[in-house]
Design a protein around this ligand. Sequence first.
Ligand code: HPA
Length: 248
Amino acid sequence: MSHIALGVIGGTGVYKLAQLADVETREVDTRYGKPSGPVRIGHLLGQRVAFLARHGEGHSVPPHQVNYRANLAALQAVGVQRVLALNTVGGITERFGPRVLACPDQIIDYTWGRISTICEEPGTDVLHVDFGDPYTPLLRHKILAAARVTGVKLVDGGCYGATQGPRLETKAEIARMRRDGCDLVGMTGMPEAALARELGLDYACLAIIANWAAGCGTGEEITMAEVLANVDAASSGLPELIGELARG
Ligand code: HPA
C-alpha cells in the first residue's frame, strides 16, 4: 500500500476525474463484496489521487443498491485515509440553486433498508460512533480553504437530506424536508458518511447542485438532461480544487 493523498467518490454525472494522469486501474475485492467499479489511481496536479464512481462508470447501480461498504473499503484497501464525496443533489433553500457547489455540515437520513453499519459482520464489535458532526470538520475546513485558493465558489454549510430514490421526491416530501431543516436533497449521502466514520476514514461532501428540488425554484419538471448539463457546468473548477485539497 503506497500513500494516496485523497480518495474521491464521484456521483451522478461524475464518472471519471478530469486531468487524472498516469492512471493505474485496480479491481479490488473487499470483505463486504465488490465495489461499484474499479479504483482508478493516478496523478492530479502532482498528487496521488484515487477515484471511484459510486454508481459504476456506466451509472448502472441505483442509489439503494450501491455497496457503500465495499466502495469505502476498496478505497481504504488501496491506501486512502481521506475521502472527498462528490454528491449530485437538488437544492431546497435559497442559497442552493442549480450549479452552486456546497460543503454541507449536517445530514438527515430518510433512507431505509440499506446496510448502514459494518457491525453486522461476524466477529466485529458493535460500534456507536459519534456522528454529531457527520463530516470530518478538519477535512471540511481544508475543502473550503482549497476552494478559496483556487477561486472556486463554495457555500459553507447546509443540511443534506438523504432520500431513498431512485425516484425524485414529491413536492410534499420536499416541503417536509424544508420544515425539517434540509437545504439539499440527494440519494447517496447515507449510509456512506456513517460507514466512513465507522471505518475510521476522514470524510466530507462536496455537493453539486443540479436542479431545484420538487416544488422549489421555478417548479419546472426535473429532467436528467438538465441534471447532467448543470453538473458539467458546475464541475469545471473541480480538478484544481481537488488537486489543491490533495496537496494540503
Ligand atoms: N432529489 C434527489 N436526488 C437528487 C436530486 C433531487 O432533486 N437531484 C439530483 N439528485
